[in-house]
Design a protein around this ligand. Structure first.
Ligand SMILES: NC(=O)CCC(=O)C(=O)O
Length: 271
């Protein structure tokens, strides 16, 4: 991984905590375009913008094969062009993507030159929301280089699998992005798991969860930015908003230096 980062140590983030109109990709795309403009339009332009999970269709699983973005082409064009035009990195939440005969839940990332730097399809499908009945699971980890920052992405339910995030940390990740559609009544799981992933891996965790109601399910937002010590630097409420925050990349090395978790591992005993 190339560690010649061109970021300053302090990185500005914008999390687009939005509602999603189920089964209406056009409406959702227009809304995302407008919110991206809002995110870059303020006094403090962000370095990185993050979107929530499945923002093109929501969980319209009964029509997902018809609604999914073919090979992610529409999403890629839209987010890649925006990233280049506005000189901003985008972790594009995830979208329902048609890949051959299958539909996957996939996040794409773009750097500020509009180049694609990440494609990760959700590995763990969430049976409680019937994902496994309509979607195909990914089988590759989501490590990537974000302008010199070793980073990684997982999607929503994936955070319940600490073995995946540990592996991403061992791959080198210092920053973990988590697009989500995580509903009530599991707010305490969401907050606890995100903080645990940050503390145990001594990494920055950036999560972006949707809000709103869909098919009787209520999504609570609470998008979070957590530092490698496990402190919550920013957290959304339960309504639509763009959450702005700043993180200090130097904190990762500082925390890893204080408690040398990676050096103290005993993999021969438990792997
Ligand atoms: N979209 C999801 O993966 C939801 C995961 C979730 O709600 C959970 O409790 O886990």
């Amino acid at each position: 991984m190339d560690n010649q980062q061109s970021f300053p140590n302090r990185v500005r983030l914008a999390l687009i905590q939005m509602d999603i109109t189920i089964g209406e990709p056009e409406i959702n795309r227009r809304k995302v375009e407008q919110l991206l403009l809002e995110a870059v339009g303020g006094a403090q332009k962000p370095d990185i913008i993050v979107l929530p999970e499945m923002w093109n269709t929501g969980y319209a699983l009964d029509r997902i094969h018809e609604l999914a973005d073919p090979e992610g082409r529409i999403t890629r064009d839209m987010l890649g062009s925006f990233a280049k035009e506005h000189g901003v990195h985008i972790i594009g939440g995830s979208v329902a993507e048609k890949k051959g005969e299958e539909v996957k839940n996939t996040v794409y990332g773009f750097n500020r030159n509009g180049e694609e730097i990440l494609e990760y399809s959700k590995i763990h499908l969430f049976q409680l929301m019937d994902e496994h009945l309509s979607l195909a699971a990914g089988s590759q980890r989501g490590s990537f280089d974000l302008d010199g920052i070793p980073a990684a992405a997982v999607i929503c339910y994936d955070i319940r699998f600490p073995e995946l995030t540990r592996k991403l940390a061992l791959d080198g990740a210092q920053m973990l992005f988590v697009p989500a559609e995580w509903p009530h009544p599991r707010l305490h799981h969401w907050r606890t798991l995100l903080m645990a992933r940050a503390i145990e891996n001594q990494m920055i965790v950036v999560s972006c969860n949707r809000v709103g109601e869909s098919k009787g399910t209520s999504f609570f937002g609470h998008s979070m930015v957590i530092d490698p010590w496990g402190q919550v630097l920013a957290e959304g409420g339960e309504e639509e908003e763009i959450i702005f925050a700043e993180v200090d990349l130097a904190e990762v090395a500082s925390v890893r230096g204080k408690i040398p978790v990676f050096a103290d591992r005993r993999p021969a005993v438990y792997e």
